[in-house]
Design a binder for this molecule. Structure first.
Ligand SMILES: Nc1nc2c(c(=O)[nH]1)N[C@H]1C(S)=C(S)[C@@H](COP(=O)(O)OP(=O)(O)OC[C@H]3O[C@@H](n4cnc5c(=O)[nH]c(N)nc54)[C@H](O)[C@@H]3O)O[C@H]1N2
Ligand SMILES: Nc1nc2c(c(=O)[nH]1)N[C@H]1C(S)=C(S)[C@@H](COP(=O)(O)OP(=O)(O)OC[C@H]3O[C@@H](n4cnc5c(=O)[nH]c(N)nc54)[C@H](O)[C@@H]3O)O[C@H]1N2
Ligand code: SF4
Ligand SMILES: [Mo]
Length: 683
């Protein structure tokens, strides 16, 4: 019996793994985040173990015949390291690029960043977190001076009086979290859900608001306008704890309710009802997720909602404030320790000379030898194989062929590389295009820390031995670093890597230096920041902002934002809004969950309203085509009354949705606009 955590989403639900003969069984475990509950994906998570779908030997593809050849690890690593070194010698260090993932443990993310900067000397590293919560991260940094998704434990939700979910379908995307909404309502609290679709989360709402996709920003401006007009701004809090309110107030001044209704489709009546709810109590929480964030103005949208919470004096108050519901298992930790293009461990900036000096000293290298900032995920993928762009890519923990925006272009770029290396547990769509595939261990077969959506650092413990032929990502990284003759030390032991990470993070914003494996085991996880101390250990920081924000002056920032609208508005040719997202039983690109036989695999579908179906002559279950400026896909229609008549929804777990999506990027976070583009739907 081993206590560990689920391999999937950012809740990182606690579970116990027990061996039953050759089977590995998932059992409930009383962990504070999930209190023994798991979703369907968690209960079936061991389904890949022993499956024929598991990769168990390194594979090399012959490009001429397209045939795979099984090779030993030494041969595979020699080949990869040799070609990386040759590309570097011929084209310079930025010829090699690295792509990571928010599902990787902290130790792997840390070591991958170090591999890029120290062993390859490349600035070309980024990761799939750009697809995920990067706009909320950027807004949090600007407003509060720190990016921790939730600045309070998740269970605080049930002590609030009003919770506003902006673009979150948590009943499907983090089901055990929905119990907090239920308990809040049992106490008489109110839940507001803002989503163009009436989801199963919206079924729990006291107020359901159904805006046009891409209009959460003017909605927030309209609310600030009403709050201000009602004299409900917390002037004392604004004066004592913030700067910049006047500009934010000005930006909202022209958003009178009728104008908001015209742009968002939300009635004046509902808008007033929502404003009244938000001013009815001091315990109001606004939580955003991908619905609000995955837009070309995602950062501005989050800032608009943060402005509203600041005007109401909420952040820092108990059971109130703003939070982002991070998505991937290590979405939070994965953005702190250096696999991001502009970042060094401890959430340090790679442009900051003091940060470079600190990390270089931990690594035992010269700070001048560390490369600078590289390209963001989509820009990096688009640069592959271009003149002067990277000629190789090493992918750990992402399936970009399915999950990147404008995926057909991304696939073309991958095909133009001299060398594509993918480490994965299964033959994902991206691995299938690789020159070399490296089979790695999965969660139950290794140990490592993850940082969940609350900023709680937890420990996944190894429960079983990996299949023969499979190695951990840390082994792989060390194997490459050694072959490349890299300076510094490269441990394959997760706890040793974590000890180094602690030192590298010390003094940074995400300070882990006071956390160790023993403490995590003893305390059900430790919340960062948790600096090392002389004497009594630092308790960790479950709640931030009670007394101060993390800008140097301790004040939060209002950042005035304007509404510009989606990068690709609907028009006569493409008259329908296309939005994308998730279903309960599948995870992300589906690489893992589509291969688990106990999970239903429906294939892609197109959700549309009966009025739209009638207009185009579509019938439930029959195929329809969705076309955008980038591509077309065909899938069965699901005719439902729960979606806006001007909008269609396609889940992205199967190849197709991302052939359609827009590659417009948010100017500050570089987040692609997954959640809205213009489409035409036909039978
Ligand atoms: N089952 C399952 N759970 C998951 C995942 C998974 O793949 N499957 N992935 C995990 C990850 S990495 C993430 S990031 C999270 C994501 O968690 P969520 O953000 O909850 O998931 P999504 O389905 O992407 O989007 C949420 C909702 O946004 C709505 N939406 C679309 N456009 C807009 C808009 O313009 N405004 C508003 N207000 N809403 C809009 C969609 O209709 C959808 O219901 O889930 C995590 N959990
Ligand atoms: N249209 C549309 N597209 C989207 C989104 C959307 O809402 N709409 N959401 C975006 C979001 S929020 C996200 S987070 C991304 C996610 O999309 P991806 O980045 O593709 O995420 P996964 O499908 O989780 O891919 C993880 C891959 O790594 C493998 N893997 C799992 N664990 C490990 C490990 O420990 N090591 C290694 N080496 N490999 C491992 C898995 O088998 C899988 O192939 O998709 C984005 N794409
Ligand atoms: S909610 Fe997330 S962490 Fe919990 S069991 Fe489901 S997928 Fe796993
Ligand atoms: Mo995500």
């Amino acid at each position: 019996m081993t206590d560990t955590h689920c391999p999937y989403c950012s809740l990182q639900c606690g579970m116990t793994l027990a061996r039953q003969g050759r089977r590995l069984e998932v059992q409930a475990r009383a962990f504070p985040v999930n209190e023994g509950a798991l979703c369907r994906k968690g209960w079936t998570a061991t389904g890949l173990r022993g499956s024929r779908e598991r990769l168990t030997t390194p594979l090399v593809r012959d490009r001429a015949t397209d045939e795979w050849r099984a090779v030993g690890w030494d041969e595979a690593l020699d080949l990869v390291a040799g070609r990386l070194a040759a590309l570097r010698a011929e084209h310079g260090p930025d010829a090699n690029a690295v792509f990571g993932g928010g599902g990787l443990t902290n130790e792997k993310a840390y070591q991958l960043g170090k591999l890029a900067r120290v062993a390859l000397g490349t600035r070309m590293i980024d990761y799939n977190g750009r697809w995920c919560m990067s706009s909320a991260a950027s807004a949090n940094n600007q407003a509060f001076g720190v990016d921790r998704g939730l600045p309070f434990p998740l269970a605080d939700v049930e002590q609030a009086d009003v919770v506003v979910l902006v673009g979150s379908n948590l009943a499907e995307t983090m089901p055990p979290a929905a119990r907090h909404l239920d308990r809040l309502r049992e106490r008489g609290g109110k839940v507001v859900v803002i989503d163009p679709r009436r989801t199963s989360t919206a079924d729990r709402a006291d107020l359901f608001v159904q805006p046009v996709p891409g209009t959460d920003l003017p909605l927030a401006l309209g609310l600030l306008h009403l709050v201000d007009a009602a004299g409900a701004v917390d002037e004392e809090y604004v004066a004592d704890r913030t700067v910049g309110f006047e500009d934010a107030r000005q930006a909202a001044a022209s958003w009178w309710p009728e104008r908001v209704e015209r742009v968002t489709g939300v009635s004046v009546h509902q808008l007033r009802e929502l404003a009244a709810l938000m001013t009815s109590s001091r315990r109001v929480m606004v939580l955003t997720a991908r619905g609000a964030e995955q837009h070309a103005d995602g950062t501005a949208t989050v800032l608009a909602w943060v402005n509203l919470t600041l005007a109401l004096g909420l952040p820092g108050r108990p059971f109130a404030g703003y939070g982002c519901l991070t998505g991937q298992g290590n979405g939070q930790g994965g953005r702190e320790h250096g696999q991001k293009a502009d970042q060094l461990p401890g959430y340090r900036s790679i442009d900051d000379p003091a940060a470079r000096a600190h990390v270089a000293a931990v690594w035992g290298v010269d700070a001048d030898d560390l490369p600078g900032k590289g390209l963001s995920a989509y820009e990096l993928l688009m640069a592959l194989g271009t003149d002067g762009g990277p000629r190789s890519l090493l992918v750990l923990g992402s399936n970009v062929v399915v999950s990147a925006p404008n995926a057909s272009r991304v696939t073309e770029r991958l095909a133009s590389l001299d060398l594509l290396v993918v480490a994965d547990i299964v033959m994902s769509e991206t691995a299938a295009l690789a020159d070399v595939v490296l089979p790695v261990t999965q969660w139950a077969e290794e140990t490592g820390t993850m940082t969940n959506l609350e900023g709680r650092v937890i420990l996944r413990q190894q429960a079983v031995t990996p299949p023969e032929g499979v190695r951990s990502d840390l082994d792989l990284i060390t194997g490459l670093a050694e072959r490349l003759g890299a300076p510094s030390t490269w441990s394959t032991d997760p706890e040793e890597v974590f000890e180094e990470l602690r030192r590298a993070s010390a003094g940074g914003k995400a300070d882990y230096s006071g956390i160790d494996y023993a403490r995590i085991r003893a305390e059900d996880g430790v919340f960062w920041p948790c600096p090392a101390t002389e004497g009594a250990p630092h308790p960790g920081t479950p709640r931030l902002f009670a007394h101060t924000f993390l800008h140097a002056d301790g004040l939060a920032r209002f950042v005035a934002v304007q509404h510009e609208g989606p990068a690709e508005p609907v028009d006569g040719e493409y008259p329908v809004h296309l939005t994308t997202g998730r279903v309960l039983a599948q995870y992300q690109s589906g690489a893992q969950t589509r291969r688990i036989k106990d999970l239903p695999d429906t294939g892609a579908f197109v959700e549309l309203h009966p009025l739209l179906a009638l207009r185009i002559g579509a019938h439930d279950g029959d195929p329809v085509s969705v076309r955008t400026r980038r591509g077309v896909m065909r899938a069965p229609a699901r005719v439902v009354e729960t979606i806006r008549p001007d909008t269609v929804f396609v889940p992205f777990h199967w190849v197709g949705a991302n052939r359609l999506t827009s590659d417009a990027l948010d100017p500050s976070s570089r987040m692609p606009e997954f959640k809205v583009c213009a489409a035409e739907v036909t039978t």
